[in-house]
Design a protein around this ligand. Structure first.
Ligand code: PAF
Length: 282
């Protein structure tokens, strides 16, 4: 496996792969890789000739007071995991490489899709994501790009960007990978103390409650949200940022009675750690 720390190094690899007609799978990450990322890398390796994993803690998607400085940085372990899952190239640039000039060129998806859910409390987040992912698409020239359903809003925003900007690639979305007890895998789970880790189970448990109610015949969107909120509140360590049920794919206001696919998504603070989780109903 090759570690490229500069754009020039990456370009050499991509040009040679393209010249020999190889397909390229790109897995954009911020590192601190876990089994969720491993599933993306494994899928990319099985569906493409060359797999590129980017590892870059992207400063432009973090707001003031967020965890940019404390975000875990574990490049050696990440390279081992990526190689073990079949990656051919790890691209780990510096911020200066990715953002060479002080004046920024932004790629921004506007409208409600970036304003609801996480967009409410993280107003600049998706602009940072779409900007860096556009750069990565232009650099790695992927045939397919891999993202996890855990970041459900990010998935819909990026799909919109790909459609609107005519990026010539296939978006591949992989299911959420969970711990045996239901907690969705996340790089931020490492922030949790043992007691918080236990309390964090309330996220997946409350989604399950809604799913059971839905499968049992409850189709009223307000009732389903209520069920989730009520269950989250039974955990004293939880502090709800949002619980929302929205129509897919555009994240518009839910139908009163759910008849087609809706995203039920939440962000909840457990101590000082903000966790997200979701399921699709209907
Ligand atoms: O999902 C992430 O880890 C990041 O938002 C991404 C897509 C790598 C962009 O920095």
């Amino acid at each position: 496996m090759k570690l490229c720390k500069t754009i020039a190094d990456l370009k050499v690899e991509i040009s040679s792969a393209k010249a020999s007609g190889k397909t390229i799978g790109l897995v954009p990450t911020m590192g601190a890789l876990h089994e969720g990322h491993a599933s993306l890398i494994g899928a990319a390796a099985s569906e493409n000739d060359i797999t590129v994993v980017s590892i870059f803690v992207n400063p432009t998607q973090f707001g003031e007071g967020e965890d940019l400085d404390s975000y875990p940085r574990t490049l050696d372990a990440d390279c081992k995991l990526a190689e073990g899952m079949g990656a051919d190239i790890v691209f780990a640039p510096t911020a200066k490489e990715m953002y060479p000039s002080e004046d920024m060129t932004w790629v921004e998806v506007t409208g409600d899709i970036t304003k609801v859910l996480c967009g409410r409390s993280r107003p600049i987040h998706f602009r940072g994501v779409t900007t860096v992912v556009s750069k990565l698409f232009n650099l790695a020239e992927p045939t397919r790009a891999y993202f996890g359903q855990k970041d459900a809003q990010q998935v819909q925003v990026l799909k919109r960007m790909v459609k609107d900007l005519f990026f010539n690639l296939e978006m591949r979305i992989m299911p959420i990978v969970r711990e045996a007890d239901g907690l969705a895998k996340s790089s931020r789970n490492t922030y949790l103390s043992p007691a918080e880790r236990q309390a964090a189970l309330i996220l997946s448990q409350s989604l399950k409650k809604a799913e059971e109610a839905f499968n049992g015949g409850e189709k009223a969107s307000s009732k389903l949200v209520e069920i989730v909120e009520a269950h989250l509140k039974t955990e004293p360590m939880s502090d709800i940022d949002y619980v929302e049920l929205l129509q897919l794919p555009d994240l518009t206001v839910a139908e009163t009675e759910i008849k087609k696919p809706h995203l039920l998504a939440m962000a909840v603070r457990i101590g000082s750690t903000r966790l997200i989780d979701n399921i699709i109903l209907g």
